[in-house]
Design a protein around this ligand. Sequence first.
Ligand SMILES: NC(=O)c1ccc[n+]([C@@H]2O[C@H](COP(=O)([O-])OP(=O)(O)OC[C@H]3O[C@@H](n4cnc5c(N)ncnc54)[C@H](O)[C@@H]3O)[C@@H](O)[C@H]2O)c1
Length: 359
Amino acid sequence: MEESHRLASFDHDILFGSAGQILANYLDQHPEKNPVLIADENTLKYCWPMLLSSNERLNQAKIIQIKSGEENKNIEGCKEVWESLVNLKISRNDIIINLGGGVVTDLGGFVASTFKRGVPFIQIPTSLLAMVDASIGGKVGVDFVGLKNVIGSFSTPELVIIDVHFLKSLPELQMKCGFAEVLKHGAILDNAYWQEATKSSCLDLEHIKSLVFRSVELKNRLVLTDFEDVKDRKKLNFGHTIGHAIETHYLNSSTVLLHGEAVAIGMIAEAWIGKETGITSEACFKRLTKTVLKTYKIPNIGRETHDALLEIMRNDKKNMGSTINFTFLKEMGVSVINQTASEIQIREALNFLNTIATG
Ligand SMILES: NC(=O)c1ccc[n+]([C@@H]2O[C@H](COP(=O)([O-])OP(=O)(O)OC[C@H]3O[C@@H](n4cnc5c(N)ncnc54)[C@H](O)[C@@H]3O)[C@@H](O)[C@H]2O)c1
């Protein structure tokens, strides 16, 4: 199988199918471009061999390995890659291939777009989260002073190549993380897709593979109508205002809580606020909560951390002025942007999370 589907995105295409074949075709069409691979230790071990056999030129690819993990998605991580690019004498005529999860595609895309004012890059996402979310929509960047994604830009790749075969080696926890974004796409945009996604477990690989295309299609539709994230693209923020605050808080602690887990928890908290403000229907809130609790643990977030979480939310780049910005659900599949909530409501939502804490 070469290319099975193609979606036009903003300034570039998203191709679905065999990543090896699609990349081989691209390199054949661009003989002047030397391939430079950016990958972490896991994607170098599990995913790179799947590409290597497809084109002789990949054997000569220059390889830059970064350390996996959100704690490395920062300026220090960028500096190491920029230094390698200098040492390898990479120019704007070359092509950077980012092979990995959202950490590699976010950091690699940012590094590529800023090196020598922009080296073209290809995103090849290998985690579920990166396939359905991080590699779609042209946002690249890194964390800074403990804040998520505050340094970054909108920079579109040459191509995004989505090959669901990479998911075979993805650890279960990572599959669960990506599934949170799949659920979000259904919750904010498409009730039928929500039903389809929740029909089977997120650890059923064939089921997950069958969902990827529709998730990408849904996100890409918002990106195409609102690339700069000032209107309907903000629907994608559902679960992320509280979710990002929780993720950021745990990033600075010894407990590991991954992006998708934080988003799942954030979706419950934000659906709770939506219900309290009369925007989210009771039935929708219950449906969402029941489904999320089937897959994700809710940590006990002590009251002593609520001030810190609110402070992070006040710093959220999605805010307009001094109010904290939310997207709320109305019904399953229908969402509204530019909502606000009082600090008391946000604290009550965090208290609600504690009443359903499972771990
Ligand atoms: N740019 C955007 O629009 C956007 C959107 C959503 C999330 N993000 C960012 O994405 C990041 C999270 O992405 P993620 O969940 O992919 O995390 P990640 O990149 O840390 O990958 C998760 C783990 O899985 C490993 N891995 C990836 N693919 C694998 C495979 N096929 N086989 C085996 N191991 C594999 C990685 O090495 C890593 O250890 C966060 O930094 C988040 O901010 C960005």
